[in-house]
Design a protein around this ligand. Structure first.
Ligand code: AMP
Length: 286
């Protein structure tokens, strides 16, 4: 039975009780408008913990574009229904802004992110990762989970949060869930509902390009791979913002595939005023 809580102090009391009982807690932070990608994270948490807590909070400090914040879909009662019937989560924490930021919204945070926040998404969305780190840190302060569940879809985000966990010595373990895709390969995203049906279908080009890049990475050099990808993605109404091939640990661009053990291709593509991100691991020795 799903319990919805809007208040941090109420949630803290319940969590204290779980702790006394020695229960293991898994936590899935989201911004709501839940889809199968989110539900997969919940499923992973259910499998690995006694209690699964999901949060829904559209965090204003991570939106660098006020229009995106305004247009972000908010579907709380549908989300509650999904969490209750499909995912069987235990607790939904749906705070309002004052509960998360009792001292008022301060843009950014002073949490050091080791420079991982300035490239790719960071260079196109200034302040975004500071906002993400700020909210995740606050949520972890409240929930204190054993395990935290995040998606490979936001590759740079989970890399940064992993860095934050280590640098702040937060004892929570990060677990990463593979990208859940629509039938045509488009990575599921809460923003996909803003696409017209035709564009949503044609947006499969992003996944197809990533797959082709992975295939061609055996024969082409990095520069040729990037040029190939940009050319393939740059077909109106699609407009690629970047296509980068980076070291999976440092997020720095790689110039030779042979010199790195973990390599990820990452992209952001604009279409119909929506920014779609996706990525694919090209190589992993892990
Ligand atoms: P969001 O609600 O977009 O902030 O996402 C909440 C969490 O769900 C993040 O850790 C995302 O990486 C993850 N997520 C979003 N979309 C997907 C997807 N298609 N597959 C797997 N995880 C996802």
């Amino acid at each position: 039975m799903l319990t919805t809580i809007h208040n941090a102090s109420e949630l803290t009391e319940i969590i204290l009780d779980y702790r006394k009982k020695g229960l293991k807690i898994g936590f899935v932070p989201t911004m709501g408008a839940l889809h199968k990608g989110h539900l997969h994270l919940v499923k992973m948490s259910k499998n690995e913990n006694d209690i699964t807590i999901v949060s829904i909070f559209v965090n204003p400090t991570q939106f660098n574009d006020p229009r995106d914040l305004e247009k972000y879909p908010r579907t709380l009662s549908k989300d509650q229904e999904l969490l209750q019937s499909t995912a069987s989560a235990d607790i939904l924490y749906a705070p309002d802004v004052d509960d998360i930021y009792p001292d008022g919204i301060q843009s950014g945070s002073d949490i050091g992110l080791g420079g991982l926040d300035v490239m790719m998404e960071g260079s196109h969305r200034p302040g975004h990762f500071n906002g993400v780190a700020q909210v995740v840190n606050r949520l972890l302060e409240i929930v204190k989970p054993d395990n935290l569940y995040m998606g490979q879809k936001d590759f740079q985000q989970f890399t940064i949060i992993n860095y934050m966990l280590k640098s702040l010595s937060i004892p929570t373990k990060l677990r990463v869930c593979p990208i859940v895709r629509e039938d045509n390969g488009l990575a599921m995203s809460s923003r996909n509902v803003r696409l017209s049906p035709e564009v949503r279908t044609n947006a499969s080009i992003i996944f197809k390009t990533l797959k082709a890049v992975k295939q061609k990475s055996r024969i082409l050099d990095i520069e040729s791979l990037k040029q190939y990808a940009i050319k393939r993605l740059d077909k109106p109404p699609f407009k690629p913002e970047y296509f980068d091939i980076v070291d999976g640990n440092t997020l720095l661009p790689v110039d030779n595939l042979d010199n790195h053990g973990y390599i990820v291709a990452c992209t952001a593509v604009w279409v119909e005023g929506v920014r779609l991100i996706d990525n694919m691991v090209l190589k992993s020795d892990l």
